[in-house]
Write a protein that binds this ligand. Structure first.
Ligand SMILES: Nc1nc2c(ncn2[C@@H]2O[C@H](COP(=O)(O)OP(=O)(O)OP(=O)(O)O)[C@@H](O)[C@H]2O)c(=O)[nH]1
Ligand SMILES: [Mg+2]
Length: 401
C-alpha cells in the first residue's frame, strides 16, 4: 500500500458537503418499494452521522477530486455511465487508481449506510446469486425474470463472475445474446465479468461492484456464475440468496454439479419445464426435493425449495420470484439476512488478507530462492512437508523483519 493508501487509513476525515444530496428526496426503502422517503433534512442529518470515512481532501489532486466528485455525484444520481465508469475504476490494476477506487467506495458505503438507516437499518437491495451448469438456461432465465422485475418498477443490476475469463480472456455474458431485451432496458444494468485477473481478484471487484450498484439505486442485484471451478462458492458467499439452476437433463450432465454447491442453495430452479421436458423436469424436481431433505438445515427461518420454471413459456417464473421474495422477507424478519451479510464481510476480509499474504510470501526473494530445492526434497521424501514449511517461513520472516 502506498503513502496515499496508508494515509487513507490514517485520515478519518469528512466528505465534501457538495456531494450526496443529489437524491435528497429519493425513496430509501428501495427493495420493498414503499415507504420511507428521506426528506432533505433527514438525509442531511443521516449524512452528518455517516460521513467520517473518506480520505482527507488534501490527499487528492484537483483532477482526482473532480473525477471522484463527478463519479460519485453521477453514481448516486443513478447515471449508468457513472456506474460503469466507477466499476471500471474498481477493476483497475493501476495502483493509484486502485486507491482512488477505495476512496470512492468509502463514500458510496457511507451513502449506503445512510440509506439503510433511513430504511430502519435494513439493506436497501436484495442480492441474489445464480449458478448452474453450462447451458442450464441461466441467461434466458435472467432475461425473463429481469424483464418482469423492471416491469414491476424494480431496478436490476446483473453482474457476472466468470472463472473462464481468468484463463481464456473470454467473458460470461460478453455477447449478451440471450439478454437482448434486458440489455436495452433503461432500468437494467448488465455488466460482464472482467476479462483478466485471478478468481480472487474478480470476486473482489464483483463484491465492490455490488456496493456501487446499490449506491446507484439498483434494488435487485443478480450475480451470475457458471458452475465450474470455485466461482459458485465465491458467489454464494457474496449474496443474500443463492439460487441453483438445474436443467432437466440426464445423469451425466448433472454429474458436474458439485454436491457441496447443492448444500449452499436456498432455492433450486429446474429450468426448461416446457413441452417434452416437463416430465423429466418433474422427475428432477422430485429427486432434488428428497436430496435437500437429507441435508443439514442451514437457516432457522427458511427451508430450501425446488421449483420448476420455463423461460420460454414463462410458466413458473412469477412463482420463482414470489419464492425469492418470501425468502427475503423471512430472512429479514428473523435478522438472519443482516447477520449473514455481517459474517460475509468478515469472511471476505480474511480471504483478501490470505490471498495478499500468500502472494507476498510466494514473491519474496528468500522464499523464491529456497523453494525449488525444498520442494524437490519434499517430493522425494527426504524431508517432511512440515520441516520444509518451517524453513520457508523462517526464511521469509527473518528477511522480512
Ligand atoms: N425448452 C427450453 N429451452 C430453454 C429454456 N431456457 C433456455 N433454453 C435453451 O437452453 C439453451 C441454453 O440457454 P442459456 O440461457 O444460454 O443457458 P446458460 O445457462 O446461460 O448457458 P451458458 O451461459 O452457456 O452457461 C438455449 O438453447 C436456450 O434456448 C426454456 O425455458 N425452455
Ligand atoms: Mg449464459
Amino acid at each position: 500500500m502506498g503513502r496515499f493508501g496508508l494515509s487513507l487509513l490514517r485520515h478519518i476525515s469528512t466528505l465534501p458537503s457538495s456531494i450526496s444530496v443529489h437524491r435528497a428526496t429519493r425513496t430509501c426503502c428501495l427493495h420493498q418499494r414503499v415507504s420511507v422517503s428521506c426528506s432533505r433534512s433527514t438525509n442531511l442529518s443521516c449524512q452528518q452521522r455517516t460521513v467520517s470515512t473518506a480520505v482527507s481532501q488534501q490527499e487528492l489532486s484537483g483532477p482526482e477530486q473532480r473525477l471522484l466528485d463527478k463519479l460519485y455525484g453521477g453514481l448516486i444520481g443513478g447515471q449508468r455511465a457513472s456506474l460503469a465508469e466507477s466499476i471500471t475504476l474498481v477493476e483497475t490494476q493501476h495502483p493509484r487508481k486502485k486507491e482512488l477506487a477505495q476512496v470512492l467506495l468509502q463514500r458510496v458505503l457511507a451513502y449506503r449506510r445512510q440509506q439503510e438507516s433511513c430504511n430502519g437499518g435494513k439493506p436497501v437491495a436484495f442480492r441474489v446469486g445464480l449458478s448452474g451448469p453450462p447451458g442450464a438456461g441461466k441467461s434466458s432465465f435472467i432475461e425473463v425474470v429481469g424483464k418482469m422485475l423492471t416491469g414491476r418498477g424494480h431496478k436490476l443490476a446483473v453482474l457476472a463472475v466468470d472463472p473462464s475469463s481468468c484463463t481464456t480472456g473470454g467473458s460470461l455474458m460478453g455477447d449478451k445474446t440471450r439478454m437482448t431485451e434486458l440489455s436495452r432496458d433503461m432500468n437494467a444494468f448488465i455488466r460482464p465479468s472482467p476479462t483478466s485477473g485471478t478468481l480472487g481478484g474478480v470476486t473482489r471487484t464483483t463484491n465492490e461492484a455490488i456496493v456501487l450498484c446499490e449506491g446507484a439505486g439498483y434494488d435487485v442485484v443478480l450475480v451470475e456464475t457458471v458452475g465450474v471451478g470455485q466461482s459458485e462458492f465465491a458467489v454464494a458467499d457474496m449474496v443474500d440468496m443463492f439460487v441453483l439452476l438445474i436443467p432437466p437433463a440426464g445423469g451425466d450432465e448433472l454429474q458436474g454439479i458439485k454436491r457441496g454447491i447443492i448444500e449452499k442453495a436456498d432455492l433450486v430452479v429446474v429450468t426448461k419445464s416446457d413441452g417434452d421436458l416437463v416430465v423429466p423436469a418433474r422427475r428432477i424436481q422430485a429427486e432434488y426435493t428428497s436430496a435437500l431433505k437429507l441435508l443439514r438445515k442451514k437457516s432457522k427461518s427458511w427451508n430450501p425449495k425446488v421449483v420448476r420454471a420455463s423461460s420460454h413459456t414463462n410458466e413458473g417464473i412469477p412463482e420463482v420470484w414470489a419464492k425469492m421474495e418470501s425468502y427475503r422477507d423471512a430472512m429479514l424478519a428473523s435478522g438472519e439476512l443482516q447477520g449473514r451479510r455481517r459474517a460475509q464481510q468478515k469472511v471476505w476480509m480474511w480471504s483478501l488478507i490470505q490471498e495478499s499474504v500468500l502472494s507476498h510470501f510466494q514473491n519474496h526473494p528468500s522464499v523464491g530462492e529456497a523453494l525449488p530445492h525444498l520442494e524437490e526434497r519434499v517430493t522425494k521424501g527426504v524431508i517432511s512437508p512440515g520441516l520444509a514449511a518451517d524453513l520457508l517461513l523462517k526464511a521469509f520472516s527473518s528477511s522480512s523483519s
